[in-house]
Design a protein around this ligand. Structure first.
Ligand code: AMP
Length: 276
């Protein structure tokens, strides 16, 4: 496995490789959720590139950026074991040579709702870094987890409006035994918090099981009550259209629906979702 830190070296390496390039962008602190994306990329491409870059421009909270877990040696080991070909680990200067200038892309309402409401500017940072990484790697296919459902919708939108030639592949959410979605941030949970966070999956599952019985609004109210009676501090629980991410009033089989949640367990912010 090649560990590459500069765009020039990356492009030199890739210019000598044959066949399609699959790309998995990450912020490191890897877990099996990330590795499932690498495995999928490996099954569909000749060369797999994984990037590890904790992108400063998508953090709206300096403390969150500082506390974000960094485990580069363990990450490299996991990627090597998974059979990844290249790990691209650029510096902030490499990715932002002229400062934190953001891509000026109108994301319509996609970055106004849910995460966008609570993390101002987050998606501007996400599209900026993903576009720069796409420019550097020039992948045929790029793999994103549905764990970050809104991010996936934003990236699909960016690719469409900018007419990029990369194919975006959405991959299923990997979960712990108690249903907690795997996340780099889970490392910061105590054993007790981790156990209690199983309530997120339970509530999403209850919501999914009851879409034929209750309205979206009634299910949201029930979920809010459930979290009020727990140690988890809810930011939002919404049931939205999978494309527009706008709240839905009634369930429509043809459009589908997704329940999205963000909350705090102690000072660790967790997000999750379930397609209904
Ligand atoms: P991150 O390192 O958190 O930026 O995540 C990198 C990629 O891994 C994103 O596309 C995430 O959606 C994806 N990912 C993170 N957690 C999971 C998970 N539990 N299951 C599947 N994909 C995931």
């Amino acid at each position: 496995m090649q560990v590459i830190t500069s765009i020039i070296d990356l492009q030199l390496f890739l210019s000598n490789s044959k066949g399609s390039v699959g790309f998995v962008p990450t912020m490191g602190a890897l877990h099996q959720g990330h590795i499932s994306l690498i495995n999928k990329a490996k099954s569909e491409n000749e060369t797999v590139v994984c990037s590890i870059f904790v992108n400063p421009t998508q953090f709206n909270n300096a403390d969150d950026l500082k506390k974000y877990p960094r485990t580069i040696e363990a990450d490299n080991q996991m990627l090597l074991t998974a059979g990844c070909d290249v790990v691209f680990v650029p510096s902030v200067e490499e990715m932002y040579p002229s400062g934190n200038q953001l891509l000026n892309l109108d994301l319509q309402t996609l970055d106004q709702v849910m995460e966008g409401k609570f993390r101002a500017g987050h998606f501007k940072g996400v599209v900026t870094i993903v576009k720069r990484l796409f420019d550097a790697v020039k992948p045929n296919k790029a793999y994103f987890g549905k764990k970050d459902f809104q991010q996936l919708a934003v990236i699909r939108y960016m690719v469409k409006v900018l007419g990029l030639s990369v194919e975006i592949i959405g991959c299923p959410i990997l979960r712990e035994k108690n249903g907690l979605a795997m996340s780099s941030r889970n490392m910061r949970l105590s054993t007790e918090q981790r156990a209690k966070a199983g309530l997120i999956f339970k509530t999403l599952t209850y919501t999914k099981q009851n879409i034929h019985i209750h309205t979206p609004l009634a299910l949201i109210e029930q979920a809010i009550k459930t979290f009020e009676n727990s140690d988890l501090k809810l930011e939002y629980f919404e049931i939205v259209d999978p494309q527009t991410l706008l709240p839905i009033i009634t369930f429509d089989k043809n459009r589908g629906a997704v329940a999205c949640v963000a909350l705090y367990a102690g000072d660790v912010r967790l997000i999750d979702n379930m397609e209904l």
